[in-house]
Write a protein that binds this ligand. Structure first.
Ligand code: ZN
Length: 199
């Protein structure tokens, strides 16, 4: 027997499809939304739709952006000759939060995983190689995660770039093995960046 009317159930179900939202949280959010002033609920819904429709990927680094070039790539004060390669936009955000990295990024949107059938062609690697050929880049810092996939990806990229003579470095293993960059505190991230070694 359904506890709530169809519309409420629909809302609870829709919310519970979001990552990390269980049924209980979905119920709490649903009741919160139902009790909101209609204007506020509409504005929330419109914000979601607008974001979904207008946010795209930066043409250069594949960061999320609402313009062709993201604010990081568009910032002339940053060092465009140093590119940090990360797996996800969340990893980029983690490094940005330290406010100590002044270079630019390249977001791969994944990592090579033979087990999951994810090959070099499935991540934004080709785009990185094009950047290396067309831009004046002096150093590529590989900041993929310390997981098997992250290490495999780091090795692959380093072998690919090496012949070009561009300096390739890997962040230090201060980042724990199996660690997801996103959850590591800023001090550890900075230590990993400062202690990077040439590959
Ligand atoms: Zn960008």
């Amino acid at each position: 027997m359904d506890l709530y009317s169809g519309r409420i159930n629909q809302l609870i179900e829709a919310l519970s499809r979001l990552p990390g939202i269980g049924t209980k949280t979905a119920q709490r959010l649903a009741f919160h939304i139902i009790n909101m002033p209609v204007d506020q609920a509409r504005s929330l819904a419109e914000t979601i739709v607008t974001a979904r429709e207008t946010i795209c990927y930066c043409n250069k680094c594949w960061n999320l952006s609402d313009s062709e070039i993201c604010p990081i790539c568009a910032n002339e004060k940053r060092d465009h000759r140093t590119v940090m390669v990360v797996e996800t936009v969340r990893d980029l955000a983690a490094y940005e939060k330290t406010q100590k990295y002044n270079g630019v990024y390249h977001v791969l949107h994944g990592a090579i995983s033979p087990m999951l059938g994810i090959g070099p062609g499935d991540i934004r690697l080709k785009e990185l190689m094009v950047r290396l050929q067309t831009e004046d880049i002096r150093e590529v810092i590989i900041a993929t995660n310390s997981t098997l996939e992250g290490e495999t990806t780091a090795m692959y990229i380093s072998k690919l770039i090496k012949p070009s003579g561009i300096k390739v470095t890997r962040i230090a293993s201060g980042v724990p093995v199996g660690g997801d960059l996103e959850y590591i505190d800023e001090v550890t991230l900075l230590r990993a960046l400062e202690g990077r070694t040439e590959l």
